[in-house]
Design a protein around this ligand. Structure first.
Ligand code: F6R
Length: 611
C-alpha cells in the first residue's frame, strides 16, 4: 500500500516526483504529498488524487533538484490533509514519506510525548520522524546514523525516504518488509516503491534488501545495514518497457490490460512450452526436479485473485500429476499452526510479490523446512527473492487495480506447472501430453478470439447494470472462475456478487433467486455440462436472469438462458483462462456504465503490504 518516490539530480525535482506519483497512484489514492528542498524544506499535501495535489502546488514556482513524494492508502488515520505524507519533525527541518506500518508506534509516541513532543496527525509515520529528530538532536549523529538508530527501535514494516534541510544534498532511503528500488542514472538517482516511475530515466536498478539504509547524494550512494555493515549494491538491468505504463489509446488501464492478454500469455509461455517435442521446461525450478518427482503434497498460499489461480491449480495438478494439493488463504495459513515439513512443497502465488500475508506464509513454510516456490509477476519483488525458486509470469506491469492479465498469466503458469509435474512423474502419456501442449500453445490466439465478444458483453452489461446483486456459478475448474468473476464485479462496480460451485446453489443461495437476480453460469460442454444445465433450469424456474458462457457448439443452454456468450471450442483444462475473459469484460462494462472509477476502485490498492 502507498507509493513513495524520491529524486536527487539535475532535473526539476517537482516534475519528476509528480510524474512518479501518477505512475504509483495504483498503489494508493487517498491522498498525496511532496516535499522538496529549496532554501529550506517546502512541502504540499492534499487528500484526494495526485491531480488534487497538483492543483494545490500550482501557485508555487519550484526550483529544487531534490525531493520526496507519497501517494497514500490510509492505515493509521483517516485520509485527510493532516494525515497525508510527508510528515515533518517539529521544527520542520526533517521530512519523511513512508509505506508500511510501524507496529510499536504507540509506545514510541508515549515516550516522545513525555519528552515534550507534540503531534499534528494520527499517523505512525509522524512518530517515526519525531524519533529520528530526537535521536539526531540529542546524539549529534549524522543523518544516516540517526535514521539507522531510530529504525533499530522500530517494530513493523517500512520503506521510507527522509529529507533534511541541514543536509540539502542527501536523501536517506531504508526498507524492511516494504519494497524500495533505486534507479541509478548519470549524476542522478531515483528511489521508488517500484520501478514504474524510474523506467523512463534509467535501466539501472538496485533492489534494496530488508534492513538496508542507503544514503543517496548528488554524486554517489552508500548502503549499510541496520548494524552499520557496508552492503555492496548489485545493479540489475530493468526490462520494463515504458509504453506498457501508458493507456495506449484505451480509456482505462483495465481495458488495455484485458486486451493485452494474448500478448501476456504468449510472453508467459515463451521459452517454456515446446509443443513439437511435447515438453514443458521451467528453468527457474529445474534444479528441484528430483524433489518434485517425489513430492506428494503441495500447498498453495495466496490472496484474492491469486488464490483463485491457486484453486485452478488444485484441479489441474491433482488431475494430471496426481499430487495432493491444498490451497490456503495466506492470511489464515500463517496463524493456524499448519502441519508441514521438509517433504512438502509450498507455492506462493502473487502478482505484486509484496503481499504481506503471503510473505509471512512463506516465512512460516521455510521455518517448517518446506521447499518454497514463488509464482510472481513483479521481477525482483520480495516474494521472488524470499523463495527458494520460482516462475515469473511475465505479464508485464499491471496498473489497473483489478487483476486481469496477471490472473490469466498465473493460471497459464499453474497449467504449465501441472503438465510439468505430470511429465516428471509420468502420470500422463507422451501422446496425451503432446496433444494438450499443442492446444495450450494456441491459447494466445484463442484468447484473441474470445475478445471478440466485447460488443455483445457490453450490451448484456447494459441490461443488468442496475442489479444490486449477482451470483456466479461454475463446476470443477470453472468454480474458481466463478469466484474470480464475482470478485471482479464487486471490486469495480460495487455490486454485491458471490461465486459458488453450481451444485452448492441448492444449499442456500437458491433462496436469493428471483426476477431481479442475474446468475452467471460457466456452462461449457465439458464434464459437468448436463448437471450445470439442470442448475440453469432450477434458476429459470425461479425467474432468475441467466447469462451463460457456453462453447461455440452449444445446443442446449442457448435454448434456456436469457443471454449467452460463446467461447471457442476447447479442452476443459483451458476453460479457466478463456471463460475469465468475458467475465472481466462484463465487470468492466457494468462498472463503466455505473460511472465507477474502474482503475482505482474505492478502498482498494494494488499491493497489500499490510496485514
Ligand atoms: C483482485 C486483486 C486482489 C489481488 C490480491 C493479491 O482483482 O487484484 O485480490 O489478487 O490482493 O495480490 P497479489 O497477487 O499481488 O499477492
Amino acid at each position: 500500500m502507498c507509493g513513495i518516490v524520491g529524486y536527487i539530480g539535475f532535473r526539476d525535482a517537482f516534475s519528476v516526483l509528480i510524474k512518479g506519483l501518477h505512475r504509483l497512484e495504483y498503489r494508493g489514492y487517498d491522498s498525496a504529498g511532496i516535499a522538496v528542498i529549496e532554501d529550506g524544506i517546502v512541502g504540499f499535501k492534499k487528500s484526494g488524487k495526485v491531480s488534487d495535489l497538483e492543483k494545490v502546488c500550482e501557485q508555487h514556482i519550484f526550483r529544487s533538484r531534490i525531493g520526496i513524494g507519497h501517494t497514500r492508502w490510509a492505515t493509521h488515520g483517516a485520509p485527510i490533509d493532516c494525515n497525508s505524507h510527508p510528515h515533518y519533525s517539529e521544527n520542520g527541518k526533517l521530512a519523511i514519506v513512508h509505506n508500511g506500518i510501524i507496529e510499536n508506534y504507540h509506545s514510541i509516541k508515549e515516550a516522545l510525548l513525555l519528552k515534550g513532543h507534540t503531534f499534528s496527525s494520527d499517523t505512525d509515520t509522524e512518530v517515526l520522524i519525531h524519533l529520528i529528530d530526537e535521536i539526531k538532536t540529542k546524539t549529534n549523529l549524522d543523518l544516516q546514523d540517526a535514521v539507522r538508530a531510530a529504525l533499530r527501535k522500530v517494530v513493523g514494516a517500512y520503506a521510507i525516504l527522509v529529507l533534511d534541510e541541514d543536509n540539502p544534498g542527501r536523501l536517506i532511503a531504508a526498507r524492511k518488509g516494504s519494497p524500495l528500488v533505486i534507479g541509478v542514472g548519470n549524476n542522478e538517482y531515483f528511489v521508488a516503491s517500484d520501478a514504474t516511475p524510474i523506467a523512463e530515466y534509467t535501466r539501472n536498478i538496485i533492489y534494496l534488501n530488508d534492513n538496508d539504509v542507503a544514503c543517496v547524494n548528488y554524486d554517489g550512494l552508500s548502503i549499510v545495514n541496520l548494524n552499520n555493515i557496508v552492503q555492496v549494491p548489485f545493479i540489475h538491468e530493468l526490462e520494463l518497457q515504458i509504453d506498457i505504463l501508458e493507456k495506449g489509446g484505451y480509456p482505462h488501464f483495465m481495458l488495455k490490460e484485458i486486451f493485452e492478454q494474448p500478448r501476456s500469455i504468449r510472453d508467459c509461455m515463451r521459452g517454456r512450452l515446446y509443443p513439437d517435442e511435447g515438453r514443458i521446461a521451467l528453468g527457474g525450478i529445474k534444479i528441484y526436479e528430483d524433489f518434485l518427482k517425489k513430492v506428494n503434497r503441495i500447498i498453495i498460499v495466496s490472496c484474492g485473485s491469486s488464490w483463485h489461480a491457486g484453486l485452478v491449480g488444485e484441479y489441474l495438478i491433482e488431475k494430471y500429476a496426481r499430487v495432493s494439493v491444498e490451497v490456503e488463504y495466506a492470511s489464515e495459513f500463517r496463524y493456524r499452526h499448519p502441519v508441514i515439513d521438509q517433504h512438502d512443497l509450498v507455492i506462493a502465488i502473487s502478482q505484486s510479490g509484496e503481499t504481506a500475508d503471503t510473505l509471512a506464509a512463506i516465512e512460516l513454510a521455510k521455518k517448517c523446512g518446506a521447499t518454497v516456490f514463488g509464482i510472481c509477476n513483479v521481477v525482483g519483488s520480495s516474494i521472488a527473492r524470499n523463495t527458494d525458486a520460482g516462475i515469473y509470469t511475465h505479464a508485464g506491469p499491471e496498473i489497473g487495480v483489478a487483476s486481469t492479465k496477471a490472473f490469466t498469466a498465473q493460471v497459464t503458469i499453474i497449467t504449465m506447472f501441472a503438465f510439468y509435474m505430470a511429465q516428471l512423474k509420468q502420470t500422463i502419456s507422451k501422446n496425451h501430453l503432446k496433444e494438450h501442449l499443442a492446444e495450450l500453445n494456441l491459447l494466445p490466439e484463442l484468447v484473441e478470439l474470445c475478445l471478440h465478444c466485447d460488443d455483445k458483453v457490453k450490451k448484456i452489461a447494459e441490461k443488468i447494470k442496475s442489479s444490486n446483486n449477482c451470483i456466479f456459478l461454475g463446476r470443477g475448474s470453472a468454480f474458481p472462475v466463478a469466484l474470480e468473476g464475482a470478485l471482479k464485479l464487486k471490486e469495480i462496480s460495487y455490486i454485491h456478487a458471490e461465486g459458488y460451485p453450481a451444485a452448492e446453489m441448492k444449499h442456500g443461495p437458491i433462496a436469493l433467486i428471483d426476477e431481479d437476480m442475474p446468475v452467471v453460469f460457466i456452462a461449457t460442454n465439458h464434464s459437468s455440462y448436463e448437471k450445470v444445465i439442470s442448475n440453469i433450469q432450477e434458476v429459470k424456474a425461479r425467474k432468475g436472469v441467466v447469462i451463460a458462457i457456453v462453447s461455440e457448439s452449444d445446443t442446449q443452454v442457448n435454448k434456456i438462458a436469457d443471454y449467452i456468450i460463446e467461447i471457442p471450442e476447447i479442452s476443459e483444462f483451458l476453460v479457466p483462462t478463456l471463460a475469465s475473459i468475458p467475465l472481466q469484460l462484463l465487470a468492466y462494462h457494468i462498472a463503466v456504465s455505473r460511472g465507477c472509477n474502474v482503475d482505482q476502485p474505492r478502498n482498494l490498492a494494488k499491493s497489500v503490504t499490510v496485514e
